[in-house]
Write a protein that binds this ligand. Sequence first.
Ligand code: ZN
Ligand code: ZN
Length: 237
Amino acid sequence: QLNKYVKCKTCSGEGTAPGTHKRTCSRCGGSGVITQVRKTMLGQMQTQSPCPDCNGTGSVIDTPCSDCHGTGKVKSRVKIEVNIPAGVDNDSVIPIRGQGEPGENNGPNGDLYVVIKVKPHEIFQRNGSDIRLEIPISFDQAALGDEIVVPTLDGKIQYKVPAGTQPGTTFRLKGKGIRNIRTGRPGDMYVTVTVEVPTKLNSAQKKAVRTMAEHLKEGSCYKKKQSFSDKVKKFFE
Ligand SMILES: [Zn+2]
Ligand SMILES: [Zn+2]
């Protein structure tokens, strides 16, 4: 919806009150131009200027239309249906022929240019034709692996997160991005998993975590942690 000038319906854009007509301007004889001849030292000089009586239009309105005051256009709120092609991005321009404002002196309409601004999405982030998405998973899902639900533009899909997935791991879903408006080729979706550490544990839950921690001390469960503390130890030797 937009506010714009439209052709006045009362006078069909003529600017004259119903039943009356424009009259040919007597000052310029309908040409819209006034020619003045001046005498100068170099002889006669001719200058042409728009006729002030009719503003260069060649005709005069004696009884202006009361709705548009003789301008032939009125401001109106209009509803225009615009087809948004898939893949538009910020500053994409959609031209709509003939939906601009009416021309001067009942001339043809101009064009309307719709400039697209894309609202940010609650979960998807756009990067050109690609989509980025962050999915929080729990520690046990990361450690044991799990099938998670990934939302895409064309519905939910199942994705198998492998056991031992590290926080920040990004996997790519080919072709699940946004269709390029020019090439028609779809971009990809990049899903980054974050591992959520549980908060507000009650005492039973804390106990369970401690028990788990005890069990995880055995073997080489924490390779990065072990290697880092080895390096720190070496550094201070
Ligand atoms: Zn009018
Ligand atoms: Zn005139």
